[in-house]
Design a protein around this ligand. Structure first.
Ligand SMILES: [Zn+2]
Length: 410
C-alpha cells in the first residue's frame, strides 16, 4: 500500500474513515508509542455545526476535517517510522526526507505479514519430513550376498540394526525368483535350483526401505542319505589331510589361536560331516525341532572378510571374542557348522538345548562350551559344532572336557 492508495481509500464517509483509522492503529508495527489524536478533531465536528449551516457546508467541513486528520496521521506515521528505522538499523540513511521515510514505513508494514508467513511455512516442513524420508542408512545386515552350494541348503542374513520404528515383526521377505531360492517370513533362504536371484527385505511400517540380498545357488549335487548303511552311533572319524602346516593330535585336526591353518588349505565342506549333519537335522525334526545349516566352510579369504566386517560392525573387542583371525577359524577345516533355527536367536532356543544333548550321537561336539572360554579362547557359542567322529565325540561328551583339554593342549 503506498501513499496514493491510502489517499484514494479515504472516502469521505465517517464509517470508512473509522475503519481505515482502526486498521492503522492495530497495525503490528510496534512503532505507535502514542496513539494518533483524532479525538479533538471529532469533538470539533460535533461542536461546530450550527442551525444556519447548510448540509452542503457541513459536508465540506467534514471533508476538511478528514483531510486535516489524515495529514496529521501521515505526519505521525512518518515520525514513528523514522524513529523505528533508527532503532532497527543504525546505518540507515536518516537524512532522507519525509517522503522517503513514508516509503520506508509502507514497506515495513508490508514486510511484517510476509515475514510471519515465511516463519509459519518454515516451521511446517520438519514435522512432515521424518515420515517422508526415513533413514535407511541405519539398516545393517550381516551380509548382502549369500552363496549356497547345494539345492536344499539354507542360509540367512541376520539383521543387525533395524530402521527407525521397525522390529522383527515388521520384516517382509520375498524372492525375486522362487524357482531359484525361496525365503520364509523370518528370512531363512532355501536353495531351490542352481542360479542367481535376489531376496528382498522390506518393512511394513517403513515403505521406502527395500534391501536386496544377492543369492547364488551353485550347481552342487544334492546330498541325500548315502550314509544309510552306517548305524547312528558309528560316525566315522573325518579324513586326515597330509598338507604341510596342519596340526593333528590323536587324529584330530586342531585349529585355534595357537595352532593356525596354512593360508592355502582349502578342503571345502567335509562330505562325511555334511551327511552326519543331515542325519542330525532329521532326528531333530522328528522330535519337533528345526535345525538348519548356517555358515559352514569358509576359506582363509572369507574369514578375513568376515573378521573385517565384525570389527566394523561391533568393534575390536567383540570381533576378538566371536570372529577368529584367518587361519585360526575352525570353519576353514570344513568340519565346523553353525546351526540355525526358525525359532529365533539360536542360543535361546530349545534347539540349542537339544543340540547340546544329542550332537555327540552324530559325531559332533559343541566346540566352544560355556565356562571354557579361557581354554578355547572363544566365548560360548551354542550354535557352532565341530565334526570329530563318534569315538572322540562320545568321550568328550562323557568327560565334559573341551577339545583343548581333551587333547592336552590347555
Ligand atoms: Zn562357527
Amino acid at each position: 500500500m503506498d501513499k496514493n492508495n491510502m489517499e484514494n481509500n479515504m472516502a469521505p464517509e465517517d464509517e470508512k474513515y473509522t475503519a481505515e483509522f482502526t486498521v492503522y492503529k492495530e497495525d503490528p508495527d510496534g512503532g505507535y508509542s502514542a496513539p494518533p489524536p483524532p479525538a479533538p478533531v471529532r469533538q470539533q465536528q460535533t461542536q461546530r455545526p450550527r442551525k444556519r449551516v447548510t448540509r452542503e457546508m457541513a459536508r465540506r467541513r467534514q471533508l476538511a476535517a478528514i483531510g486535516i486528520v489524515f495529514f496529521i496521521l501521515i505526519l505521525i506515521i512518518s515520525g514513528c517510522a523514522k524513529a523505528c528505522h533508527k532503532d532497527d538499523d543504525s546505518s540507515s540513511k536518516s537524512g532522507k526526507g519525509k517522503k522517503g521515510a513514508t516509503e520506508t514505513t509502507t514497506s515495513t508494514i508490508a514486510e511484517i505479514p510476509t515475514q510471519q508467513t515465511v516463519t509459519e511455512a518454515a516451521t511446517e516442513p520438519p514435522t512432515e519430513a521424518p515420515t517422508e524420508a526415513p533413514d535407511n542408512s541405519n539398516v545393517k545386515l550381516t551380509t548382502r550376498e549369500i552363496f549356497l552350494d547345494n539345492v536344499g541348503d539354507v542360509g540367512i542374513s541376520v539383521i543387525q540394526v533395524y530402521p527407525n520404528g521397525s522390529t522383527e515383526r515388521n520384516e517382509v521377505w520375498r524372492s525375486s525368483d522362487e524357482s531359484i531360492a525361496t525365503v520364509d517370513s523370518k528370512g531363512y533362504i532355501t536353495a531351490r535350483a542352481p542360479g542367481e536371484c535376489y531376496i528382498i527385505l522390506s518393512f511394513d511400517n517403513n515403505p521406502n526401505i527395500e534391501i536386496e540380498i544377492k543369492v547364488s545357488v551353485a550347481d552342487g549335487t544334492e546330498s541325500t542319505g548315502n550314509m544309510d548303511a552306517a548305524p547312528m552311533h558309528a560316525a566315522p572319524a573325518p579324513a586326515v589331510y597330509d598338507n604341510e602346516g596342519l596340526h593333528y593330535i590323536d587324529g584330530v585336526l586342531v585349529a585355534n589361536k595357537e595352532y593356525t591353518l596354512p593360508e592355502d588349505f582349502a578342503p571345502g565342506l567335509d562330505p562325511t560331516a555334511e551327511a552326519q549333519f543331515n542325519k542330525l537335522c532329521e532326528a531333530a525334526a522328528e522330535e519337533g525341532y528345526s535345525i538348519y545349516m548356517g555358515s559352514n566352510y569358509r576359506s582363509y579369504e572369507e574369514q578375513q572378510e568376515l573378521r573385517d566386517n565384525f570389527i566394523n560392525w561391533y568393534g575390536q573387542e567383540y570381533a576378538d571374542n566371536y570372529a577368529a583371525l584367518p587361519g585360526e577359524s575352525e570353519h576353514q577345516t570344513g568340519l565346523a557348522i553353525d546351526c540355525a533355527s526358525y525359532s529365533g536367536t539360536f542360543s535361546e532356543t530349545q534347539e540349542a538345548v537339544w543340540l547340546a544333548e544329542h550332537a555327540h550321537e552324530y559325531g559332533f561336539i559343541i566346540r566352544y562350551p560355556e565356562g571354557k572360554e579361557d581354554k578355547t579362547g572363544f566365548q560360548h557359542e551354542a550354535w557352532h559344532i565341530r565334526y570329530v567322529g563318534t569315538r572322540v565325540a562320545e568321550e568328550m561328551h562323557r568327560s565334559g572336557l573341551c577339545l583343548e583339554e581333551y587333547l592336552g593342549l590347555s
